[in-house]
Design a protein around this ligand. Structure first.
Ligand code: MSP
Length: 529
């Protein structure tokens, strides 16, 4: 029996040692846009996010704050990580916490299976460990410290000294999976994207893989190793399994959600691509499960040329932006201004400039003008179009082309390209109004049919734009959709299909157009603080 295509997308699960900054929000928004887009293409979709709550980093933060790690995690999840989803308008299907029983039991069952099948053994390891990354590092990966860290090895990502750890632990036989991983990268060339990251991972695996230490006995904040209770699992081994524990996978029966939605697409920052594109597929291979559909590593948000982070005090809270510009502008800005897959520098000036030029003057003003003219010249009813001339037909063609290009770009997760393609409709419609001058046509009663055709065409263009931009800017497009009378005449915006958007004339003549407050109000300088 043929099964309908499905789309499943995940974000990394975030450490709860601190509150989220805009780098975390960026990942969330990207995954959310891909989910909403696919949903509106009629594909059954599932999206997952959550929090990573075990390990030394969280334990140390909790101890420093004089609370238990669980109390700390509960507080951060409730006060910061769940509210983030509303701040940036995320429509996730599930939120997984690694301290939940539904997750811990799957971690134990998964790793018991690997142990029973001899993929795990007991051994000794000594190496450099970065608690910030929760990762053993090779000397080649480290930098020489300067200033107060002179003479010590430091982690280049966190800028802090690594610790020397010597432990007797359980090990995963990752070295056995090098060839199968290389074969996966070869046969499924889009498994790791973008290509620059793929090349990096391929050469890393070609150099040969070591076995991986997967348990700790020096502290106990983690999931207990079921066959040896003195140990807890290494936090990354525990964390990666969230992608299937949330889908209800069980060793004895995979579960309905797992069967429907696995394998997922993983959206991650490039710093953690190796965990997702090397360790995680090797774990799945060992368990006899399908590898992920795709691992996409996006770039870093940079502030002052460096990766933004709370520890370096460059972190900006998402609400600092949304309180002024709104969640739609946040979502639009980061996905339009930065090529998805590349690093991008954040600046308030660039954000404010794009807000004004593209959202307020470009899209917002277009929407206001068309809605206001239908109000003024057509008694607030969408007019019936007469015969289309070349200029009117061109709008239709531009929409068709934009849908085609945006869909192809979204399939490659090139979100910035998709938005650019959709924006050709904004530019074209603005040009069309300037050329057609409906405000002049309205003065000549003999041209009423022409006036109606222009405004009906512009309204159809806005209908298409609302549908195409809804995954990126759900709030303002919903406002516009309602103002166009489309809610009442066609149905809810979220149910409109992207693959049907280019078929012309869906907005019926007579639809009741209401007033539209500015979608992107002017921001005064003093609001920027
Ligand atoms: N807990 C692990 C992930 C486990 S997934 C099984 C982790 N958590 S994290 O809180 O450090 O967040 C990592 C993710 O946050 C990065 O992969 C990236 O998606 C996002 N970002 C954190 N800082 C960022 C920037 N400065 N820029 C862009 N994204 C950033 O690693």
């Amino acid at each position: 029996m043929a099964t309908a295509p499905t789309f499943s997308v995940t974000t990394p699960i975030f450490y709860v040692n601190d509150a989220p900054h805009i780098g975390h929000a960026y990942t969330e928004v990207a995954a959310d846009v891909l989910a909403r887009w696919n949903r509106q293409c009629g594909v059954e979709t599932w999206s997952l996010t959550g929090t990573d709550e075990h390990g030394q980093k969280i334990l140390r933060t909790a101890v420093a704050n004089d609370v238990t790690p669980k109390e700390w995690a509960d507080k951060l999840v409730a006060d910061a990580w769940i509210p983030l989803l509303e701040t940036i308008d995320i429509a996730n299907d599930d939120f997984i916490r690694t301290t939940e029983e539904r997750h811990e039991s799957v971690v134990q069952a998964f790793l018991q299976k690997l142990y029973d099948d001899d993929f795990i053994y007991f051994g000794e390891y000594e190496g450099y460990y970065c608690v910030g990354c929760e990762e053993y590092k090779q000397p080649d990966d480290l930098a020489q410290g300067t200033g107060e860290f002179e003479g010590q090895y430091v982690c280049p990502i966190h800028g802090r000294p690594v610790e020397v750890l010597k432990e007797a632990n359980y090990f995963f036989r990752m070295s056995a999976f090098g060839d199968r991983l290389l074969e996966l990268y070869e046969t499924q060339p889009d498994f790791i994207q973008p290509d620059s990251l793929r090349n990096e991972i391929v050469s890393f695996v070609r150099r040969g893989l070591d076995d991986l230490s997967i348990s700790r006995q020096s502290f106990d904040w983690g999931v207990r190793v079921p066959w040896d209770e003195k140990h807890v699992f290494y936090v990354w081994f525990d964390a990666l399994i969230n992608y299937i524990s949330a889908l209800g996978w069980r060793a004895d029966q995979p579960g309905e959600l797992f069967q429907r939605f696995w394998p997922s697409n993983h959206i991650v920052g490039k710093d953690i691509a190796r965990f997702h594109a090397v360790i995680w597929p090797a774990m799945l291979m060992a368990a006899g499960l399908p590898t992920p559909r795709r691992v996409f590593g996006h770039g870093w948000l940079l502030v002052g040329g460096e990766k933004m982070s709370k520890s370096k005090l460059t972190g900006i809270a998402p609400a600092q932006i949304t309180d002024v510009f709104g969640s739609d502008a946040f979502r639009y800005y980061f996905l339009r201004a930065i090529s998805f897959g590349q690093d991008g520098s954040f600046s308030w000036e660039d954000l404010a400039a794009r807000y004004q030029a593209e959202l307020a003057n470009g899209f917002g003003n277009l929407a206001s003008r068309v809605v206001a003219m239908i109000g003024r010249y057509c008694d607030g009813r969408v007019p019936a179009a007469g015969d289309l001339d070349e200029a009117d037909a061109r709008i239709q063609q531009v929409v068709e082309l934009a849908v085609e290009r945006a869909s192809a770009a979204m399939d490659r997760f090139a979100i910035h390209e998709a938005i650019t393609a959709i924006w050709t409709i904004v530019d074209e419609l603005n040009g069309y109004l300037t050329e057609q001058e409906p405000w002049k046509v309205a003065k000549d009663e003999s041209k009423v049919e022409r006036l109606h055709t222009i405004l009906a065409t512009a309204a159809e263009g806005l209908r298409a734009l609302s549908v195409l931009l809804a995954p990126v800017m759900p709030k303002s497009t919903a406002q516009l959709w309602t103002a166009l009378g489309a809610d009442a005449a066609i149905g809810p915006l979220a149910e409109q299909r992207i693959d049907h958007v280019a078929s012309w004339g869906q907005l019926p003549a007579g639809a009741d157009v209401s007033t539209l407050p500015p979608l992107f109000p002017r921001i005064e300088a003093d609001q920027l603080g």
